[in-house]
Design a protein. Structure first.
Length: 551
């Protein structure tokens, strides 16, 4: 809520009250002399909303907060040029015979590693099959057999051009730091840590079905997690805690960023490694380069592998940092533990920690899939949005679908006409005010970030839920307990919106979530929860009493 001056008179601080309806605040020149209460007509209410600056005054005195300056960084961008000139062409031609040998070594290594792993797992029940009882540590003879696979992993790194790897520091004893966390830039780090530490890794359950790879990581007694399932995340945390507590298990390795970045920034950490409360050893990985960016960003796996095969040598540096212990004060939770670890890693890497998250990579991928250019303009720093407004990844992705349907331009911006066309509306005075509410930088177009934050801010207002319920009660048919097309048309007329039949039908279909040709209370509540700015269309019906301050 906006801050208020405690010295101001109570009259100047009149706030919306909810009785049978919601009474919006009206302030004239900031100096209230007296209040006059009257019963208003819906048409007058709509007109007053259009004439004022805030179409949502009946919800709150707040306007959306100014967006903190959006970061120009794109932590997922691979900066290797599509064409690097004569030097790269000559290098590819010279390395072509070497690449063929490397490809042969890669195939041989993964075959030998897979065969050794298959033998090591033969007759042993892994965690995935014993999830209910909890698998014990891998027997010693099986772990010794896995050395064949670990050496094969080093041969794979050699085939990719990592002939030597510079290391700084040492792994802390497992008794001191049972959990290891690392930044994640490429698919190379898991291969390296498999060879170096042979840890238990936390991985997406989708990796289990990858040919060869699924079997090999299963030997690491992988902890599978579905990042979109709260139950799966909770089970994964419990399994991390169980294995970290027992020295018979290997270290637990996590990549807390949850996805690969270009290594120039750290994105927001997920908290699975920090909730158990065990000391953590951070490890940072760098890939020094001049021409070839080895990060797995906006580049296909095949192209990245080809680039690696056709380099003379690929540089890699691994640095083990001092152990980070959990906060001693119990009030400091996993969030502070994760932040302390992130800052330690960012300082060692000399990079900036950001509020981007895995969800931003999903937004980026969806924008690219939709054929948009400058896809980084769609990112929103989702960790900040989630912390500030409580918006989930699924909710953000759903709003992104609406935004993409509005025909954004090459810069990822949508103008008012295209915005309202998505809902069958034209740019009436009320619609212009709603759009201006979202258009914080006054460019007559909005970004997805502004759209998402504006919707989240409206939904967070204290009177929003009551306003939605009041809107339904004032508009519903008393017999059917639903809103028909005719009643919706009356509502729009009361808001001075003149729609064509096609436009009215489009808006009705937006509100009719379950497609049963009627807008039930559940339909309206679900729609307004997703698209809260549409509540302003019902302002004329919601407002019963209006406080006018006369100077």
């Amino acid at each position: 809520m906006a801050s208020r001056n405690p010295s101001a008179s109570p009259a100047s601080l009149s706030t919306p009250l909810l009785f049978d309806s919601i009474t919006p605040t009206r302030v004239a020149n900031g100096h209230a002399r007296q209040h006059e209460v009257y019963q208003s007509h819906p048409e007058a209410d709509a007109a007053s909303v259009c004439d004022g600056g805030d179409p949502f005054a009946f919800l709150s005195e707040d306007w959306p907060p100014r967006l903190r300056g959006s970061s120009p960084a794109d932590p997922f961008l691979n900066r290797t040029p599509a064409w690097c000139g004569v030097y790269e062409l000559v290098k590819v031609l010279l390395c072509a015979p070497v690449a063929a040998v490397r490809l042969l070594l890669f195939g041989l290594s993964i075959t030998v590693g897979y065969a050794a792993t298959w033998v090591a797992l033969r007759g042993w029940v892994d965690l995935r099959e014993r999830a209910q009882e909890g698998a014990g540590p891998m027997p010693a003879w099986r772990r010794h057999l896995m050395w064949i696979t670990r050496i094969s992993a080093r041969c794979i790194l050699f085939s990719f051009g990592y002939h030597w790897i510079r290391k700084k520091g040492r792994p802390a004893p497992r008794e001191l730091a049972p959990i290891v966390v690392s930044n994640h830039i490429s698919y190379i780090e898991p291969i390296y840590f498999f060879y170096e530490l042979f840890p238990t890794i936390v991985s997406s359950d989708s990796h289990d079905s990858i040919p060869f790879v699924g079997t090999i990581i299963r030997a690491m007694q992988v902890i599978y997690v579905d990042r979109f399932s709260p139950a799966s995340r909770k089970a994964a945390v419990n399994e991390i805690k169980r294995k970290a507590a027992c020295n018979s298990f290997p270290r637990v390795l996590l990549f807390p960023e949850g996805t690969t970045t270009n290594g120039r920034f750290l994105i927001s950490f997920q908290h699975g490694a920090f909730i158990p409360g065990y000391p953590v050893q951070p490890v940072i990985v760098r890939y020094p380069h001049v021409h070839f960016d080895q990060s797995w960003g906006n580049i296909s796996l095949g192209k990245l592998m080809f680039k690696m095969f056709t380099q003379f040598h690929n540089f890699m540096e691994v640095e083990y940092l001092p152990v980070v212990c959990p906060p001693e004060i119990k009030q400091e939770n996993a969030l502070h533990f994760a932040e302390n670890t992130s800052y330690a890693m960012a300082h060692a890497l000399n990079v900036i920690p950001t509020s981007y998250s895995y969800a931003d990579s999903m937004i980026l991928a969806r924008a690219a899939e939709a054929g948009k250019v400058n896809c980084s303009n769609y990112m929103v720093e989702m960790a900040w949005v989630k912390e500030t407004y409580g918006v989930s990844t699924s909710e953000a992705m759903e709003l992104l679908e609406h935004f993409l349907a509005m025909n954004p331009d090459k810069d990822g911006r949508v103008n008012a006409h295209d915005f309202w066309a998505q809902f069958g509306l034209n740019c009436s005075p009320l619609c212009k005010k709603i759009f201006q509410y979202l258009d914080l930088d006054k460019k007559e177009s909005i970004t997805f970030r502004q759209f998402l934050v504006g919707c989240a801010h409206l939904r967070k207002q204290s009177l929003f839920q009551d306003a939605c319920e009041t809107a339904f009660e004032k508009c519903r048919d008393p017999v059917t307990c639903a809103i028909s097309r005719e009643q919706l048309a009356d509502v729009l007329r009361s808001s001075m919106l003149q729609l064509t039949d096609g436009g009215m039908m489009k808006l009705f279909e937006t509100l009719d979530v379950d497609d049963d040709d009627r807008v039930s209370k559940d339909d309206l509540m679900a729609c307004l929860a997703k698209l809260p700015f549409l509540i302003a269309l019902f302002a004329g019906r919601i407002n019963g009493e209006v406080y006018i301050e006369i100077v």
